[in-house]
Design a binder for this molecule. Structure first.
Ligand SMILES: [Zn+2]
Length: 496
């Protein structure tokens, strides 16, 4: 079954984010197959301490009212963007909850905004619409909009958003710590804690972007294994937990215990083979197999080497840096000499905004960004994209295109990037990446990264677990590339 890529929780100017819904849906289609743009709708137990939180209370109230006032038009636009087989949309809004944690609605049909006291109450009220109510940024402490696992019922949504712009909530040691103003991760709110309480749910990722750029690279995406691209098929796949989470790169993942696929519960008897295959966008730095929430097998690049000499390479062309707060426009092309372009994966980003801040400029057009693949053939690719100055020395805002190339050491990449021309052979790039600047100092720059041979991104592993399983035991897989991009499979459980 094919894999479809989605972002089912992100925001724009329909509530208290920035950018138009029209641009958000257009941006989504450049990298995704499935999208739900989410409006902020309610916060039944919002704090009322105006002295300390006046700004926060006001922007929430204004955002909720804005969403409600234009909800009919929003639903119409979302409905019109839904084109089965090409691009599938869902209706979505969000309930904040200090007591139970924030949740977002995913509805296959238009549905009214129904005031509710809690996520459970909202799910109940949405019964006629067959909607899911899915928790996100779960790892905040309980009471501070993190999840309350005791009150969580997987029947309401089947999956949990484990990664977004907020960070990764899988374990308290996972990469991508929570650094937002809402606070740190608490171990008792993490995803693994919930699984260890016996809750059974799949893994999803979404950006929670607030400037109208669903699927913004690096901020979270969900991979959905479905038999076709339609609302019913995607809903059925999510309900069956045939999903996994990636941070950005479209890592292709398969993970099985015996005959069971990720997301499934199965009667798993006797010594059982555990197998995974991964097709990354960069070399894998480590793959960790978790059993009952703890690392059980740990694979280094030395353990992971795939078959050598098959003449396929991945090369990432990354554009960005510089000092300017405004988006920087790039026009780029790569022509291949003595090689063939097998695939191209864009890594486009939106403006990095997670919540309104006092003094924000008018960002109505925040998501009017020019990212486009202009042409692509076996001989090469041409594209336009926009990058931003990096947000800090820890937080990238670059843009990129990942090329998969069939060739050999003599294959040449002839590049034209804005006014510059340069060429590198695969042989040179196997020794390391090359940098080109736009201007003599501290300017925007391009990296043609180190070429990665298929043996380092097309990998697999197999191990046997001979131990007796207790009912409820579970496994999941974590895959981390050298560029920091990750994938986390939904768990596989032994039947109760
Ligand atoms: Zn949100």
């Amino acid at each position: 079954m094919p894999i479809y890529w989605g972002d089912i929780h992100n925001h724009c100017g329909i509530s208290y984010g920035y950018g138009t819904l029209e641009n958000a849906l257009a941006n989504a289609q450049k990298q995704l197959d499935v999208c739900a743009v989410t409006g902020h709708a309610m916060w039944p137990d919002m704090p009322d301490d105006r002295e300390n939180f006046g700004f926060v209370i006001d922007f929430h109230k204004k955002g909720f009212a804005k969403l409600a006032a234009d909800w009919e038009n929003t639903q119409t636009e979302v409905e019109q963007a839904n084109r089965p087989g090409e691009f599938v949309t869902f209706h979505s809004y969000e309930i904040h909850s200090s007591a139970f944690g924030d949740h977002h609605v995913l509805s296959p049909k238009p549905c009214p905004i129904l005031p509710a006291d809690s996520p459970a109450d909202l799910h109940e009220k949405l019964t006629p619409y067959n909607a899911m109510v899915i928790p996100h940024h779960v790892a905040y402490r309980q009471g501070y909009r993190g999840i309350n696992w005791d009150a969580y019922d997987p029947a309401r949504g089947a999956v949990v958003e484990i990664y977004s712009k907020h960070g990764c909530g899988l374990t308290e040691r996972s990469p991508y710590n929570y650094l937002h103003t809402m606070g740190p991760r608490d171990s008792r709110s993490t995803v693994v804690w919930g699984l260890q309480q016996g809750k059974r749910f799949g893994f999803a990722g979404s950006t929670d972007h607030h400037a109208g750029f669903p699927g913004s690279y690096g901020d979270g995406r969900v991979a959905i294994v479905a038999d076709r691209l339609s609302r019913p098929a995607i809903m059925a796949a999510i309900r069956s937990r045939r999903t996994y989470c990636v941070t950005g790169d479209k890592i292709v993942l398969d993970f099985r215990v015996g005959k069971a696929m990720f997301g499934e519960e199965a009667s798993i008897e006797g010594p059982r083979p555990i197998r995974f295959t991964l097709r990354g966008s960069d070399a894998f730095e480590r793959v960790v197999l978790y059993k009952n929430g703890l690392p059980w097998r740990w694979y280094s690049p030395l353990d992971l080497k795939g078959p050598a000499g098959n003449g396929r390479f991945k090369v990432r062309v990354e554009l960005g840096w510089g000092r300017d707060a405004e988006p920087y426009a790039w026009k780029a092309s790569v022509a291949l000499k003595g090689g063939k372009l097998l695939g191209a994966e864009p890594c486009f980003r939106g403006r990095s905004i997670l919540a309104p801040r006092p003094g924000d400029p008018d960002y109505t057009e925040a998501n009017d960004l020019d990212n486009e693949i202009e042409g692509r053939s076996a001989d090469g690719i041409q594209w336009r994209c926009m990058s931003f100055a990096n947000i800090s020395t820890q937080h990238s805002a670059t843009s990129a295109m990942i090329l998969e190339i069939e060739g050999d050491e003599a294959t040449e990449l002839a590049c034209v990037v804005n006014a510059q021309r340069f060429a590198h052979s695969i042989g040179d790039l196997l020794r390391g990446g090359r940098v080109h600047y736009e201007m003599p100092f501290a300017s925007e720059a391009v990296v043609v990264h180190r070429a990665v041979p298929a043996a380092e991104y097309d990998v697999s592993g197999q191990v046997e677990d001979a131990a007796d399983l207790a009912p409820g035991d579970f496994y999941f897989l974590e895959a981390i590339q050298f560029n920091g991009q990750c994938a986390w499979s939904s768990p596989i459980w032994a039947l109760k």
